[in-house]
Design a protein around this ligand. Structure first.
Ligand SMILES: Cc1cc2nc3c(=O)[nH]c(=O)nc-3n(C[C@H](O)[C@H](O)[C@H](O)COP(=O)(O)O)c2cc1C
Length: 379
C-alpha cells in the first residue's frame, strides 16, 4: 500500500514537472480512477475469499454430519471399531481402529470390516440425501469415499431410517412375515435369502445357533471380552458412549434394576449369568418370524465391506417396513458350527450375517450410544 502510494506520488511529481495545468487535472482524474479501481478489486477479492471460505466451512460441516450418520451404523458389541481421516474437502478414508476390535470373537476382523461396510453405506446414503454422489474404493487397509456434488434433485430420505435403526433383542411376535413384506427385502441382492422359522432350515439355524451359544458361554476369554463392552451401573450407562447397556440387551423395569444393582464384570462367569443368558437366547431364537442370511463369494476385505453395506441397506428397508432385526453371529464365529450350518443350508460362498427378524408390537426408539465424531476422526 505505502509502496504503491509512493510510486503514484513520484509519478505525479515527475509528470508535473513537464506538464501544463490542464494535464495535471487529467492526471489527477486518472489517479483517482486507479485508486477507485484498486478499491473495487480489493472488495471483489475479499468477497471471493469470503465465498470460498464459506463454501469450505459448509462442506467441512456437511462432511462431519455425514460422518455422524456413518457412526450410527451397527457394530459388534457396539465397539465402533472405526476411524475416519478427512483427506480433502470431498474425500474421507474409513479404516479399523485396532484398539477397539474384538480379538476373541472376531480374531480375523471379519465383523470389523462388516461393521465398517455398514458405516460406509450410511455415509453414502446420507451424502446422497444431502446432494452428493459418493464413490467407494476398497483396498486392504481402508475404504475411500469420494463425494461429488450431484445435480440430481432426487432424495431417498435415508437419513430418517438411519436415525431410527436399532438392534431389537426382545422376543418378536409369533407372526408370519407376509411375502409382500419379505419379498422386496429378499430381492435387494442375490446374496440375501430368508428362512421362515417353521422351515427345516429355520430349525437347523436355531439348533446350531443354540449349540454355539452354549459353547461360547464356557469360553472365559469370550465372556470377559463381552463383559468389557457391557455396562453394569446407571453411572456407567450414562457415561459410556459405546458398548451394551442392559436396556440395549432388552432388559427393562425390575430386570434392569436387578442387573445394575447386583451384577458386575465378574458376574459374567457366574452360573446365574450363564444360565440366564442361555435361557434368554433360547427364547430369542424361537421368538421370531424367521432368519435372513447374507452371504458373499469370499472372505476378502472387499467382500466383507460389501456385505456390511448390504447389511445396512437391507436393515434400513426393514426399518421402513417396521421389521425388527437382531444379528445372531455366534454360529458364524465357531468354525465347526459354521461348517455344519453352511452345508445344511447348501450355501455356496460364505455366510456373513444371520439376522433374526420379525414383527414387534411397538417399534422402539434408538437406544445405542455413540462416540462423538471428534473421537473417531484422526489426523
Ligand atoms: C457384524 C455384526 C455382528 C453382530 N452380532 C451380534 C450378535 O451376535 N448378537 C447381538 O445381540 N447383536 C449383534 N450385533 C448388533 C450390535 O451389537 C449392535 O449393532 C450394536 O450394539 C449397536 O446397537 P444398534 O444396532 O442398536 O445401533 C452385530 C452387529 C454387527 C455389525
Amino acid at each position: 500500500m505505502i509502496k504503491e502510494k509512493y510510486t503514484l506520488l513520484l509519478l505525479s511529481h515527475q509528470i508535473r514537472g513537464i506538464t501544463t495545468i490542464g494535464d495535471t487535472h487529467k492526471l489527477s482524474a486518472i489517479k483517482n480512477k486507479i485508486i477507485h479501481m484498486r478499491n473495487i478489486i480489493f472488495i471483489l477479492s475479499f468477497l471471493l475469499f469470503c465465498e470460498i471460505t464459506y463454501a469450505q466451512i459448509k462442506e467441512v460441516k456437511e462432511m462431519k454430519e455425514i460422518i455422524k450418520y456413518g457412526s450410527w451404523a451397527p457394530s459388534s458389541h457396539n465397539a465402533q471399531m472405526w476411524n475416519v481421516r478427512i483427506i480433502g474437502e470431498n474425500q474421507i478414508s474409513v479404516f479399523p481402529n485396532y484398539n477397539r476390535v474384538l480379538t476373541h470373537v472376531d480374531s480375523e476382523n471379519r465383523e470389523t470390516w462388516i461393521s465398517i461396510g455398514a458405516f460406509v453405506e450410511n455415509c453414502v446414503l446420507a451424502a446422497h440425501d444431502k446432494g452428493y454422489n459418493a464413490t467407494v474404493k476398497i483396498n486392504d487397509k481402508e475404504v475411500i469415499i469420494d463425494f461429488k456434488h450431484s445435480d440430481s434433485k432426487e432424495i431417498n430420505n435415508y437419513i430418517n431410517p438411519i436415525s431410527k435403526r436399532l438392534t431389537i433383542r426382545t422376543p418378536f411376535l409369533d407372526e408370519v412375515l407376509e411375502d409382500s413384506i419379505i419379498n422386496p427385502i429378499k430381492t435387494i441382492s442375490d446374496n440375501v435369502s430368508y428362512y421362515s422359522i417353521n422351515s427345516e432350515q429355520g430349525n437347523k439355524i436355531i439348533e446350531y445357533s443354540l449349540d454355539t451359544y452354549r459353547l461360547q458361554m464356557k469360553d472365559m476369554n469370550k465372556l470377559n471380552e463381552l463383559a468389557d463392552w457391557m455396562t453394569f451401573s446407571y453411572k456407567e450407562e450414562r457415561n459410556r458412549k459405546d458398548g451394551l447397556s442392559p436396556k440395549c440387551l432388552g432388559m427393562s423395569g425390575m430386570k434392569h434394576f436387578f442387573f445394575n444393582t447386583f451384577m458386575n464384570k465378574k458376574s459374567v462367569a457366574s452360573k446365574t449369568f450363564i444360565n440366564g443368558s442361555i435361557k434368554g437366547a433360547k427364547e430369542q431364537f424361537n421368538a421370531c418370524s424367521g432368519y435372513i442370511l447374507i452371504k458373499s463369494d469370499s472372505f476378502s476385505i472387499s467382500d466383507l465391506v460389501e456385505s456390511g453395506r448390504l447389511l445396512e441397506r437391507l436393515w434400513l428397508e426393514c426399518v421402513k417396513s417396521k421389521i425388527a432385526v437382531h444379528p445372531m453371529s455366534q454360529v458364524l464365529e465357531e468354525q465347526k458350527y459354521y461348517d455344519l450350518l453352511k452345508s445344511s443350508l447348501s450355501i455356496e460362498g460364505e455366510i456373513q450375517m444371520l439376522l433374526r427378524v420379525g414383527k414387534v408390537k411397538k417399534y422402539p426408539e434408538r437406544i445405542g450410544k455413540r462416540l462423538d465424531i471428534e473421537d473417531i476422526i484422526v489426523e
